[in-house]
Ligand binder design. Structure first.
Ligand SMILES: CC(C)(COP(=O)(O)OP(=O)(O)OC[C@H]1O[C@@H](n2cnc3c(N)ncnc32)[C@H](O)[C@@H]1OP(=O)(O)O)[C@@H](O)C(=O)NCCC(=O)NCCS
Length: 174
């Protein structure tokens, strides 16, 4: 059984690592075989975003087609986080999904995922990266993005909920 499959199978909350039981954090670009594990990690998307399941299926199809980038990360033998990014032209990119499972937060997985993609942004000559964050996700996502050098540049009406506001964050890569 693969590392990730095993991690999803042994998902007892009693066995999640903590800062007191440090284990190596890993990140990797995903291939076709990991797609269903990402769908398991993001099972809640349809309840947060109407049509979130088909939206995710389309993003993952883009990843398989080489039109988007997706990485996963975890700690020890467990899958904990995912980052999906879609290039917008030659010099810009947009993060569409950035999520770490609540039981594995504050261990550094989010930072590792951002660092992995940051390396590619630099080598591919990407100038700016955007991410749009809904009000419900601003805490703690805003803190993580600030930690990684993103700054809030705009606020726009929420696409999915009336009277909701989404914050746009931007990273200037160089
Ligand atoms: C934002 C998120 C990705 C952070 O992942 P993470 O693995 O916990 O982040 P890290 O452990 O790498 O944290 C790095 C830094 O970010 C900041 N940070 C992260 N979470 C924070 C929080 N809850 N409060 C304050 N600062 C926080 C801190 O500066 C932290 O450094 P520190 O732990 O040394 O203080 C995670 O909390 C998450 O997935 N939140 C929900 C996101 C969401 O709803 N996405 C939309 C659905 S797709």
């Amino acid at each position: 059984m693969g590392l990730i499959a095993q991690s999803l199978k042994n998902s007892s909350p009693m066995r999640w690592p903590t800062r007191r039981t440090p284990q190596p954090i890993w990140t990797k670009s995903v291939g076709r075989t990991e797609i269903r594990h990402i769908q398991s990690l993001l099972w809640f998307l349809p309840s947060v975003y109407p049509g979130g399941d088909s939206w995710l299926a389309n993003r993952l199809a883009d990843v398989i087609a080489g039109k988007a980038y997706c990485s996963i990360g975890g700690v020890g033998g467990r899958l904990g986080g995912v980052l999906i990014e879609t290039p917008k032209g030659r010099r810009h990119s947009k993060i569409s999904t950035f999520y770490v499972h609540p039981c594995l937060r504050r261990l550094g997985i989010g930072s590792h995922l951002l660092r992995l993609h940051n390396g590619r942004w630099r080598s591919d000559g990407i100038d700016t990266v955007h991410i749009t964050v809904s009000a419900e996700c601003l805490n703690p996502l805003g803190a993580q993005l600030a930690h990684a050098g993103f700054r809030g540049i705009d606020q726009v009406p929420g696409r999915y909920r009336e009277q909701s506001i989404e914050s746009v964050f931007q990273l200037s890569v160089h």
